[in-house]
Design a protein around this ligand. Structure first.
Ligand code: NAP
Length: 469
């Protein structure tokens, strides 16, 4: 690689890192996205420079690449414009799977090229090739299953006795084949061994994700995302592309950190997510009997009075706000209250919604000022000085069982202490459970009122009632 190209790739690495740095604040996140995308464009153009064209099929190769790029651009742009915010995890799963599959193909073709010519491969080259093939292919098949689960297909955990043992055995066979192939690329049986290893890696991706409940897919996708990153970094070593090594490593490490942060915010170890079949009973069921307290409904007019006469209101958005696409109504209500001298803040739980930053993105889309957004740790100490806490489509992230009930599956999960407010108004359609599939005792507390209905419709009614006051 020329020194100019090496310098360009260092510049690309700086752009990737700056992009990620900017992504850490809602104020600079859009800019960060552009900076990182700019880095990717430069890396992409510089990679053309690296290409060694063989005269034989030069024109055909060029046409194929241009067609591939145009199809990719069209699909990417179409997906980005048309996908709903609530379907974003599916989109990430699909893109991640394609990335993993591509990384596996790049490494496989290189390895099979050596096999075809009965050449031995140096251990230092064989290891990244086999690593990228293995990790990339299991990330591909695992992401497809994650995508399907998020789409509601075989959502429940699929488990059977001895499953972990069987999966462990398959993994051992895969690793054994990789070990053998590392030293025997020129062997007559290496093509067969490679294909068996590839097929088993694909099957392992499926077997790894099938036992996990659909509700845990965001964590799984984040983990698979880190796998794809590592596979791309492996490819970078194979085809001597520094931008891929740096970019892949950044994706690998940030995906791992995100996985750990999500698990920490749910107070669940990664092993519980991967092997716990958690959340399989979530959503949809009616309330169970035997919960102390009564449910006290409230109408929009009465709720509006409580809000208008409050000094401090805290809004807790959750998954239901995303489903109802009610972020613009939330902003309008907040503005109307602000005009009447009410202090309005938004309490953001790290795993509210179905992906990290879900609520921040939706509220930013509705132009809610960033300084009104408060992290859970920042707002909790002052929740007892809140007059009205308006919970909009949030459930698990405000469930006091996480603090009070040692036997609860969410015990220990940090929550927004909505129940500490003087009055709590919960907006949801029914008494159905949230993601974790458990009762929420907040709904039965003395200071809680339930405003039943679709969040958007209820907010419209609230706004009209506030304006009338
Ligand atoms: P949640 O516990 O899933 O509850 C959402 C609530 O929204 C439901 O109880 C539902 O009740 C209500 N809802 C749905 N559609 C609605 C509509 N159109 N209008 C009004 N309400 C509606 O949500 P959450 O409190 O945001 O908690 C997120 C959960 O996801 C946590 O358990 C978290 O651990 C998990 N999770 C999050 C992430 C992440 O990255 N964010 C990752 C993995 C897991 P009704 O059906 O009665 O309306």
């Amino acid at each position: 690689m020329s020194s100019t190209l090496a310098l360009i790739f260092i510049g690309v690495a700086v752009l990737f890192i700056l992009g990620m740095k900017f992504l850490s604040s809602p104020k600079t996140a859009r800019y960060g996205n552009l900076v990182a995308a700019g880095g990717m464009l430069v890396a992409f153009l510089a990679t053309f420079w690296l290409l060694q064209w063989s005269e034989e099929h030069k024109q055909l190769n060029l046409i194929l690449m241009v067609v591939g790029i145009l199809i990719g651009l069209a699909l990417g742009a179409l997906g980005a414009y048309s996908v709903k915010m609530t379907a974003m995890p599916q989109m990430v799963a699909a893109f991640n799977g394609l990335g993993g599959g591509s990384a596996a193909l790049v490494a496989s073709l290189d390895f099979l090229h050596h096999v075809q010519h009965a050449e031995n491969v140096a251990v230092s080259a064989a290891v990244p090739m086999l690593f990228a093939t293995l990790i990339g292919s299991l990330s591909f098949s695992g992401s497809i299953i994650a995508y399907l689960k998020l789409e509601g297909k075989f959502e429940k955990p699929h488990t059977f006795p001895g499953q972990n043992f069987l999966n462990g055995l398959v993994l051992l066979v895969i690793l054994g084949l990789c070990g053998w192939l590392t030293f025997n690329a020129s062997n007559g049986n290496s093509a067969t061994a490679f294909i068996v290893m590839f097929a088993l890696a694909l099957a392992f991706g499926v077997a790894m994700v099938m036992p996990i409940g659909g509700a845990d897919m965001p964590v799984v996708i984040s983990l698979l995302n880190s796998f794809t990153g590592l596979a791309v970094a492996g490819d970078g070593f194979v085809i001597h592309n520094n931008a891929m090594i740096v970019g892949g490593t950044l994706v690998g490490s940030s995906g791992t950190l995100l996985t750990l942060l999500m698990c920490k915010a749910m107070n669940r170890p990664v092993t519980n997510v991967l092997f716990g079949a958690f959340g399989s009973g979530g959503g949809g069921q009616a309330a169970a009997t035997g919960v102390a307290g009564t449910v006290k409904p409230i109408q929009a007019d009465e709720a509006a009075l409580l809000l208008v006469y409050a000094q401090r209101v805290v809004i807790v958005p959750g998954y239901g706000m995303a489903v109802a696409q009610a972020q613009h109504q939330v902003r309008e209500l907040s503005d109307e209250l602000g005009k009447r001298g009410v202090e309005v803040q938004f309490a953001i739980h790290p795993v509210a919604g179905r992906m990290p930053g879900h609520m921040n993105v939706l509220l930013a889309e509705a132009n809610v000022p960033y300084d009104q957004l408060q992290e859970m740790e920042a707002i909790n100490p002052s929740m007892d000085r809140v007059d009205v806490c308006l919970v909009i489509g949030a459930n698990d992230v405000v469930n006091p069982a996480a603090r009070e009930e040692k036997t609860s599956p969410i015990y220990g999960m940090p929550i927004i202490e909505a129940d500490h407010a003087k009055t709590v108004i919960v907006m949801k359609r029914s008494m159905a459970k949230g993601f974790a599939g458990i009762e929420n005792h907040l709904f039965y507390k003395d200071n809680t009122r339930m405003l039943f209905g679709d969040a958007k419709a209820s907010l419209n009614a609230l706004i009209a009632a506030v304006k009338a006051n």
